[in-house]
Design a protein around this ligand. Structure first.
Ligand SMILES: C[S@@+](CC[C@H](N)C(=O)[O-])C[C@H]1O[C@@H](n2cnc3c(N)ncnc32)[C@H](O)[C@@H]1O
Length: 212
């Protein structure tokens, strides 16, 4: 599958330091998952693999999934180096997750699901709901309309812009759908519990915690 993300990962010789540091809200989720008996976790949009490695190291059975084959290759190399046999990977798009209904206990997704047009954000959340088992957890961040990048770049539709990601010296265009708090809440309407708060350490994102 070709994408700008795929080209981005092809420019990386190894996983850079900033893609090794894990998101605090995923670290926090680990103890919640353990307490709740979570066993299988999907790392949706796993990128170079930092959260797949974290969760695998904590003993969960992990599937890392990403639309970029180069990202998955990189993540696979990292997992093999760590000798984690409980982490597997798949190359696929979040709008069409190649997993059967109700097969995972939790989905984590860091800085992924807003990289889409609104309709694809909605479809992807439906896919997450479909593959989650009853009482399964969905923990993610979503770009907020309060992000300073909101309104920059080329407008594709309401609240969706084609803007430049600026990682290190490599800049590449990506779609961003920025959500209001109400919209994030509405997108999660199928879930029995849903919480949308400002992400503490990155206030331009919403933190989403939902239970099926
Ligand atoms: C900002 S990176 C975050 C990667 C990883 N979650 C992390 O925290 O390091 C966004 C990731 O989402 C992936 N992605 C973008 N669109 C996607 C889609 N439609 N389906 C699956 N993954 C996608 C990209 O390939 C990229 O790896």
């Amino acid at each position: 599958m070709d994408s700008n993300w795929d080209r981005y990962y092809s420019t990386l010789k190894r996983v850079p330091r900033r893609l090794r540091v894990t998101a605090q809200f995923v670290v926090d989720a680990v103890s919640v998952f353990k307490k709740d008996g979570v066993k299988k976790v999907l790392d949706l949009g796993c990128g170079a693999g930092r959260h797949s490695v974290l969760l695998g190291g904590k003993g969960f059975e992990v599937i890392g999934m990403d639309v970029s084959r180069n990202a998955v290759r990189m993540a696979g190399r990292w997992v093999r180096k760590e000798k984690l046999e409980n982490v597997a990977f798949v190359v696929a798009a979040m709008t069409n997750i190649p997993l059967i209904d109700r097969c995972v206990d939790a989905v984590v997704s860091v800085s992924v699901m807003h990289h889409a047009l609104k309709k694809d954000v909605v479809t992807s959340v439906k896919e997450v709901y479909r593959i989650l088992d009853r009482n399964g957890w969905f923990v993610a961040n979503l770009a907020s309309v309060n992000d300073p990048r909101y309104g920059t770049g080329r407008m594709l539709e309401k609240n969706t812009f084609w803007i430049l990601e600026g990682y290190e010296e490599k800049r590449f265009g990506e779609v961003h759908h920025f959500l209001t708090k109400d919209e994030a809440f509405r997108v999660l309407n199928a879930f029995s519990r849903r919480d949308v708060t400002v992400l503490e350490d990155k206030t331009n994102y919403w933190k989403v915690v939902a239970v099926k």
